[in-house]
Design a binder for this molecule. Structure first.
Ligand SMILES: Nc1ncnc2c1ncn2[C@@H]1O[C@H](COP(=O)(O)OP(=O)(O)O)[C@@H](O)[C@H]1O
Ligand SMILES: [Mg+2]
Length: 300
């Protein structure tokens, strides 16, 4: 048993035609972590996951899983995956399907355990083609777990699910993570990354823009939002106030992102012409928009 990290990307790139789908990614996922890869559609999440699983080879850089080439870790059953594309649903029972997949691995989970973790115990005898969308996702999760992998990779696992099915799915994922396993999932829902990951990696245009806890991301984007009515006062000079990282004016209201709200507010108080002052922590939404905005602008 080695102590290698679960996942290591080093300066990894992947280009499709003229598109740099993955543009120099450095990322380490330690064993036992639950990491969210957060980005909009087209950000490069699925390409990153494809490289991680050895489904595709990088043009540059290196990817390793548990200190070895991805294909080796996959063959050894160290990795399980739920990919984004969906295949036709087979006409066998849930238990038959999971048992079949388990038998292809060297040291699989007992089938009852895989079904239990995925919340499928009561549906084990049901035909897979007679399940709801949420239940099918749980079957795909059980299939990913069947080989008793140490790392599970989930590409937008809840994209098509309703709120209730989503909750059930994340409960299953957490049950698996609690056993000391490593989880990497992609999502374009901020709330999911915030609620279900220890660490969030923000990806945009194939690059990692931020990497940390949601608190760290909020700080990286400017820790607080100071807003007030301009009351006819001047807007020039606001960017120069202490702590301020960005300024937005909407109608008569100014919104200042600041890394030091105390200093910003003191400086503002010295000015007279402000009304209805509010200080609030930035939301993760604000942080995400701030972090991804510069890349969008340079692209135009
Ligand atoms: N097989 C492919 N051929 C051509 N372009 C691709 C291919 N796969 C992905 N891309 C492009 O690479 C970029 C990243 O795509 P993808 O990794 O699927 O993003 P995400 O999963 O975050 O939505 C997109 O611009 C997409 O159009
Ligand atoms: Mg994708």
């Amino acid at each position: 048993m080695t102590n290698e990290p679960a996942v290591v990307f080093e300066a990894t790139t992947k280009t499709y035609g003229g598109v740099r789908a993955v543009d120099g990614i450095d990322l380490t996922v330690r064993r036992g972590e639950t990491v969210a890869l957060l980005g909009r559609n087209g950000a490069g999440k699925s390409t990153t996951i494809g490289l991680l699983l050895g489904l595709d080879d990088p043009d540059g850089g290196r990817v390793s899983l548990f200190g070895a080439a991805p294909a080796r870790a996959v063959e050894a059953g160290q990795v399980g995956a739920m990919l984004q594309e969906s295949r036709p649903v087979p006409r066998v029972t849930v238990r038959e399907l999971v048992s079949f997949v388990a038998r292809t691995y060297p040291s699989p989970l007992p089938v009852a355990e895989a079904l239990g973790l995925a919340g499928l115990t009561d549906l084990a005898g049901r035909r897979v083609d007679r399940l709801s969308g949420g239940q099918v996702q749980r079957v795909r999760f059980a299939v990913a777990l069947a080989g008793n992998p140490e790392l599970i990779v989930l590409d937008e696992p809840t994209a098509a699910l309703d709120v209730e099915a989503r909750q059930a799915f994340w409960d299953s994922m957490r049950g698996y993570a609690r056993r000391g396993n490593t989880v990497l999932f992609s999502t374009h829902y901020l709330e999911e990354a915030d609620a279900h990951a220890d660490r969030i990696v923000v990806i945009d245009r194939g690059r990692i823009l931020a990497d940390g806890t949601s608190e760290e991301l909020k700080r990286a984007a400017g820790g607080s939002l100071v807003s007030f009515d301009l009351a006819g006062g001047p807007t020039g000079g606001l960017t120069l106030l202490p702590g301020v990282t960005s300024v937005e004016i909407r109608g008569d209201r100014a919104r200042l992102h600041t890394a030091d709200s105390d200093a910003t507010v003191r400086a503002l108080a010295a000015k007279d012409a402000i009304r209805r002052l509010e200080v609030a922590p930035v939301s993760l939404d604000d942080a995400f928009l701030t972090l991804t905005r510069p890349t969008l602008e340079t692209a135009r």
